[in-house]
Design a protein around this ligand. Structure first.
Ligand SMILES: [Zn+2]
Length: 437
């Protein structure tokens, strides 16, 4: 059979990422790209506080054409580059170095969402290292590393230290680790998580992995199913955990991967506290369902963050990480935090500025989740609760890779409590202040 496919149908971007020594903080990248115009770029998100965005950390960049002749490449700000001369349909060869010093500067959400070095371990997001193009639909990434080095990421493995991604988001919106470190596989129910941490946290391995295992079991019961990976990727999740006493503590969820930075090393602690290590872990693991599996096509931070936080506390309560008195005190504290932050806008609107309205989104969203939970319980005479509502959303949207909108949440609520919404959703569209009864 004659195949009449043009060369470009096979054109697949490829990257070779080399690290010879983690402590040198240098990542060498060679790329072969098939751009459709003269512009290539790093992720436009996450480094907006820097004039050149993620390109702030790129050095020694050079470009060559198909004939391996040098061509010019210019940074034009915001992480974008223009090269010339450009000939349509021709590949270009890029060569650059990432100076991995992201953790030496200030980041709005902490350097755990950029890149850092801990002991002999490099933690990096795709954002921090890849120059790509928005219309890329497939790329391979090959790592060249010393034999003793590990590489861990959430991509589909297609060879030794060789991976495949299917769009620019998979390439950049992810967290990975390179170097000498420790890991453990957590397999529970239908969920597979690779827990990765620096060697100094090894003594806490049991403590961390048993919390994650118990939480995953609880979440699988709540949603009646495992977290859904993006359809084109491998069936595993990666969770990176490290400690920095100079950071308040927190986590972030990327595609199939989580980056967590605790304020202090895990220890036995039974407390309902936003900053406690188990709350941070359980909250982020919860995002594998609400955030990773259940995805919205709108801005619904009140639901993504507020409901995840509420469910995390419910899971912790179930795991006896705190008692009823503390549950009540926690709700009271959340009401106070919300009251203090309240400025006459709805919790939905507050999500337009996530960094500026943290307490409105997290504490306000949590109070709203509690109202929803109560309402369902009252109307169904305790036959149903918030779990049934989340199950409905999960089975209708997450399992069929469909994005939800606000109205889908309202419908799922109505169908769970078999009631009218009793003006409860007014809190989202008007500036009405949430008060717990
Ligand atoms: Zn969150």
């Amino acid at each position: 059979m004659v195949q009449l496919l043009s060369i470009n149908s096979f054109a697949q971007d490829s990257y070779i990422v080399s690290v010879t020594d983690v402590k040198s903080r240098k990542v060498q990248i060679k790329a072969q790209l098939f751009p459709n115009n003269d512009t290539i770029q790093m992720s436009p998100f996450g480094a907006n506080h820097l004039k050149d965005g993620w390109a702030n950390f790129v050095t020694h960049i050079g470009a060559k054409n198909k004939l391996k002749q040098e061509i010019s490449i210019q940074s034009i700000g915001g992480g974008a580059y223009v090269f010339s001369p450009y000939k349509k349909g021709e590949e270009i060869y890029l060569d650059y170095t990432i100076n991995l010093i992201h953790d030496k500067g200030k980041w709005p959400f902490g350097y755990k969402e950029a890149a850092y070095v801990r002991e002999n371990m490099m933690v990096l997001t795709g954002n921090a290292i890849f120059i790509t193009r928005l219309d890329m639909n497939s790329a391979t990434v090959n790592f060249i590393l010393p034999k003793r080095y590990l590489i861990t990421n959430a991509w589909k493995e297609v060879g030794i230290n060789k991976f495949k991604v299917h769009n620019p988001t998979e390439l950049v919106w992810t967290v990975m680790t390179i170097g000498e470190y420790n890991f453990t596989d957590i397999i529970t129910g239908g969920t597979k998580i690779k827990l990765v941490y620096s060697n100094s946290l090894s003594r806490k391995k049991k403590m961390i992995s048993s919390i994650i295992t118990s939480a995953v079991k609880e979440y699988e019961n709540i949603y009646m199913g495992k977290p859904v990976n993006s359809s084109t990727q491998s069936k595993k999740f990666v969770c990176v955990v490290n400690v920095d006493s100079g950071y308040v503590g927190g986590g972030a969820v990327f595609t199939n991967s989580i980056s967590i930075m605790l304020n202090k090393s895990p220890s036995l602690e039974h407390k309902a506290n936003t900053r406690s290590w188990h709350h941070i872990l359980i909250h982020e693991i919860g995002h594998l369902w609400n955030g990773q599996s259940l995805k919205t096509e709108q801005q619904n931070e009140w639901f993504v963050e507020g409901f995840t936080d509420y469910m995390a506390y419910k899971v912790e309560y179930k795991l006896k990480l705190f008692d009823t008195t503390e549950w009540i005190a926690m709700l009271k504290l959340k009401q106070e935090e919300y009251n203090k932050a309240y400025k006459g806008i709805s919790i939905k609107k507050a999500g337009n500025d996530k960094a500026g309205n943290y307490d409105l989104i997290y504490s306000g969203g949590l109070l709203f989740a509690q109202l929803i939970d109560r309402q369902i319980q009252i109307n169904t005479e305790n036959k149903k609760n918030i779990n049934d509502f989340l199950q409905l959303l999960y089975s209708e949207f997450a399992l069929s890779y469909k994005l939800y909108v606000l109205n889908d949440i309202i419908v799922a609520f109505k169908n769970t409590c078999l009631c009218e919404t009793n003006n409860i959703f007014e809190y989202l569209v008007t500036s009405k202040k949430i008060e717990l009864p």
